[in-house]
Write a protein that binds this ligand. Structure first.
Ligand SMILES: NC(=O)c1ccc[n+]([C@@H]2O[C@H](COP(=O)([O-])OP(=O)(O)OC[C@H]3O[C@@H](n4cnc5c(N)ncnc54)[C@H](O)[C@@H]3O)[C@@H](O)[C@H]2O)c1
Length: 229
């Protein structure tokens, strides 16, 4: 049985992704710092706060073999550029960028040894524009570059590193946006609806399990054409 580690799997896109891997017959480590309302018998819980960057190598060691890592956990705060609390900036950079980097570094050791493995990073349409949430946009642009960098490093060892960049998706993260922001986003979505977490999960599952070996270092946009202007 193959094993996936999905971060931020307590709810939203991460939970849908963990369920999709489990439905495909995988063992799934569902990592989160918050499992309130979580009642998933088919997923193995990993209670971990990704801000604890120094503990990530030990975490990966304790989980054993991981065939696919999904770096999904993320945080967003709607702060104006001139009043961004230092702790928000630190948390965004730690959870959205530094933790995925540390997880890739840790898991790449065993994947290189086996000559196989897949990593899927969750970016965002936010990566492609000057974003209203400054550090969120920066972190998402960063993770797409991280994807290309590690694909270059691990490709020769048979390991694929790709990304998914979702557009507006019906989760708690999207719900927190002010209505004016949602209206702006929806004007650029061709279908006039938000994406479901399951649609994003289907793209993650494909990159994390079934996509051809020749797909490496790429970003799959799941945004219904809603590229920011
Ligand atoms: N929802 C959208 O519209 C949208 C659009 C583009 C990209 N994304 C990205 O998709 C990913 C999933 O987002 P979502 O919409 O499901 O958000 P969400 O807020 O519903 O879920 C995020 C999960 O990450 C977990 N998490 C946050 N900080 C953590 C930490 N320090 N340690 C461990 N877990 C932590 C949360 O507890 C939560 O369960 C994120 O990377 C987000 O940036 C979302």
């Amino acid at each position: 049985m193959q094993t996936a580690l999905v971060t931020g799997a307590g709810r939203g896109i991460g939970l849908a992704t963990a369920r999709a891997f489990a439905a495909a017959g995988w063992k799934v480590h569902a990592l989160d710092k918050n499992f309130s309302g979580f009642d998933e018998k088919s997923l193995s819980r990993v209670n971990f706060d990704l801000r604890n960057l120094a503990d990530i190598p030990q975490l990966i060691e304790s989980l054993g073999e991981i065939d696919t890592l999904v770096n999904n956990a993320g945080v967003l705060y709607c702060d104006a550029y001139d009043s961004i609390p230092e702790e928000h900036k630190r948390e965004i950079l730690a959870v959205n960028l530094e933790a995925p980097a540390a997880l890739i570094e840790a898991v790449s050791v065993q994947m290189k040894k086996r000559g196989a493995g897949r990593i899927v990073n969750i970016g965002s349409v936010a990566a492609f524009t000057g974003h209203p949430d400054l550090w969120y946009g920066v972190s998402k642009a960063g993770i797409l570059n991280l994807t290309k960098a590690w694909a270059k490093e691990l490709g020769p060892h048979g390991v694929l590193v790709n990304a998914v960049a979702p557009g507006p998706t019906a989760t708690a993260m999207y719900d927190q946006l002010p209505q004016s922001r949602k209206d702006g986003v929806m004007r650029s979505v061709h279908s006039g609806r938000v994406c479901t977490p399951e649609e994003v999960a289907a793209a993650i599952l494909w990159l994390g399990s079934a996509c051809p070996q020749y797909v490496n270092g790429t970003t799959l946009d799941v945004n219904d054409g809603s590229y920011p202007r």
